[in-house]
Design a protein around this ligand. Structure first.
Ligand SMILES: *Cc1c(COP(=O)(O)O)cnc(C)c1O
Length: 232
């Protein structure tokens, strides 16, 4: 039995899902600040543990991701942008990534759609929601989700896949669960209008079990897979 961090996390994700009588979510391994060698090693572990399944990898910065995508060309990794996207990087992101999880304003919708290469399938898009209304945080207001979702759904070069959130890491776990539950309600309302929006991306190293209990279909995990990030 393999017992590295990846195996342990996949196990605990499955246990959390089983406890909540939900299907196991997808893992997005988060690679910010990690080198190509670390990512390749994780991809090798993944191939042993989940033969035939696609590994999803999350990156925060377009520039950093571009170098990694080039270096790992042909590895079969599915690349997700999970960090804030500046409008002037949208064209590059539309060409580079398979998913963009951080769409939070109409300008990004049109920029990504216009730049998605015809040679590639429609870009998978999540609407990022500032679920606890923290000032100065990225993500649209919960009330703006329907309009933004409709704008994405109207773009043939984009595929509306659901919602993403990074709730405030409140020390009180019950407060975090409230944010996750609010996201689940928003996601259920979205799916009523857009059945293809099957994804709810929430939960990180410190709280993925709670997120899964509240209905996450995708979790984004860095530290628990790779260890603490080196200080910049
Ligand atoms: C860094 C990051 C994660 C992963 O955080 P960990 O605590 O290292 O698991 C998930 N989502 C986003 C948007 C991030 O920036």
């Amino acid at each position: 039995m393999p017992t590295g961090p990846l195996a342990r996390i996949l196990d605990s994700m499955e246990n959390a899902a089983a406890d909540a009588a939900r299907p196991a979510p997808r893992l997005v391994a988060v690679g910010k600040t990690r080198g190509v060698d670390e990512i390749a090693a994780l991809a090798a572990d993944w191939a042993r543990l989940r033969p035939g399944a696609t590994l999803a990898f999350g990156e925060n910065y377009v520039q950093e991701a571009a170098a990694k995508v080039a270096a790992l060309d042909g590895s079969g990794i599915e690349w997700h942008l999970i960090g804030h996207l500046q409008s002037n990087k949208a064209a590059q992101a539309a060409a580079l990534f398979d998913w963009v999880q951080s769409v939070d304003r109409p300008k990004l919708v049109t920029a990504l759609a216009a730049a998605r290469p015809e040679s590639r399938p429609p870009l998978n898009v999540l609407v990022q929601v500032n679920v606890d209304g923290e000032a100065g945080k990225h993500g649209c207001a919960p009330g703006d989700v329907p309009a933004l979702a409709a704008a994405i759904a109207a773009q043939p070069r984009l595929a509306l896949r659901g919602l993403m959130a990074i709730p405030e890491p409140h020390p009180d776990l019950s407060r975090r669960r409230e944010a996750f539950a609010a996201m689940r309600a928003l996601h259920e309302a979205l799916r009523a209008d857009h059945p293809g929006a099957d994804t709810l991306s929430m939960g990180m190293s410190g709280d993925y079990a709670e997120a899964i209990a509240e209905g996450a279909t995708m979790v984004r995990i860095g530290t628990a897979l790779f260890g603490p990030r080196p200080k910049a």
